[in-house]
Design a protein around this ligand. Structure first.
Ligand code: SF4
Length: 365
């Protein structure tokens, strides 16, 4: 794959665009499954440059966006509990839940703190032994190792007032759900390079075999994305379905062995609800039973708390499954802006609605 390294030079971007246009005999539909890639595609204008031969559909690649309202509801519920502090990433604070956001709860009686990492939450627990510190853990496979390390450290230091509300999600099961859907229009996928840095790409081979769709593991720079699109389009034109790693400088076949081992030590795969989607079989991670002492769901009997997802005017479910583009939502850019978000995809820095507002909304700053 010598040419892949050649294409990393930005001066080849125009050549790649020309090549994709040249070989395309029809308009192909390709989904990128990573919010970072969505932002890079829109920022660089690749979606517009290729609009005649490729429709880019934006998948559920923003972990903050797919965190269900029930997880936020549980976190708010815990934050109201006496002597309990909920810690999470700053991105999560403004995401709407069933009854407001964590920020709304913080303005009231909720005891909530933004942290930069799960280890910060362990430190908070050590400094405040009189409080229960609960870390709301969100993110794809990429952020799960940090959560796992925090649990291991808490165990090593015998920190008993630390626990994790685990809402980690796994990408491949969501891709399977989308590909198997009767409404599916996607013909090929750009797999998320950062996730594959951890998981490797071997497990995507079964997906390609099952759905007969090309998958290109792709990075985040414009030329990375163009190389991935070129690979997928080339295969579609040749009626082939193969798995190709277009991000070999970061992704190895079996991923990051150490990080995978730590995750396997702490987590089991579980069915998980994604926001705007149904419960996805094997779509998330939960703590293994031997780590039950650090599992906030068990520690605080959260199965008794209302887990319903409410219906709102926000069409994030359709945005996250690529059924509509953000600009097709009637609230986009008027009732719903980054300052007044109605849904998670407008809040998160990786959200598709935020990307469209920033790069495709003429009224934005
Ligand atoms: S524009 Fe706002 S209301 Fe519409 S889908 Fe996106 S986040 Fe939801």
């Amino acid at each position: 794959m010598k040419y892949l390294s050649e294409y990393r030079d930005p001066k080849h971007a125009h050549g790649l665009v020309d090549r994709i246009r040249e070989i395309s005999t029809q308009r192909w539909t390709i989904m990128e499954v990573c919010g970072g890639q969505t932002h890079a595609l829109l920022r660089s204008g690749i979606d517009e440059a290729l609009s005649e031969c490729v429709e880019l559909i934006h998948g559920p690649g923003c972990p903050v966006c797919v965190t269900p309202a029930s997880a936020i509801h549980n976190a708010i519920h815990l934050s109201m509990r006496p002597q309990t502090l909920v810690a999470t990433f700053g991105d999560m604070l403004r995401v709407p839940g069933n009854h407001g956001s964590l920020l709304d709860a913080q303005a009231g009686k909720g005891n909530i703190k933004a942290v930069y990492s799960p280890m910060d939450a362990v430190q908070l627990a050590r400094k405040n032994p009189e409080q229960e510190v609960v870390f709301l853990a969100v993110g794809f496979e990429t952020t799960a190792p940090a959560t796992a390390i925090a649990i291991l450290q808490a165990a090593q230091l015998k920190v008993k007032n630390f626990s994790v509300l685990c809402s980690h999600v796994c990408v491949l099961p969501a891709m399977k759900l989308l590909a198997a859907s009767k409404q599916n229009r996607v013909q090929g996928f750009l797999a998320a390079g950062h996730v594959c840095t951890l998981t490797g790409f071997e497990e995507y081979a079964g997906f390609v075999e099952q759905f007969q769709m090309p998958v290109a593991v792709t990075g985040f720079e414009p030329t990375d994305l163009l190389v991935g699109i070129l690979e997928v389009v080339t295969q579609l034109e040749q009626q082939q379905a193969n798995l190709i790693n277009c991000y070999p400088r970061a992704v190895k076949r079996n991923g990051n062995h150490s990080a995978r081992q730590i995750c396997e030590q702490i987590f089991d795969v579980t069915n998980r609800r994604w926001r705007g989607m149904q419960v996805i079989p094997n779509g998330g991670l939960c703590l293994k039973s031997q780590w039950a002492a650090y599992d906030a769901e068990l520690k605080f009997s959260l199965s008794d708390v209302d887990q319903q997802e409410i219906q709102t005017e926000c069409r994030s479910g359709e945005v996250l499954t690529g059924t509509i583009k953000p600009s097709e939502c009637s609230a986009f850019g008027n009732q719903c802006t980054p300052q007044t978000p109605l849904g998670a995809p407008m809040v998160s820095t990786e959200g598709a609605c935020a990307a469209y507002y920033r790069y495709r909304n003429n009224n934005s700053d």
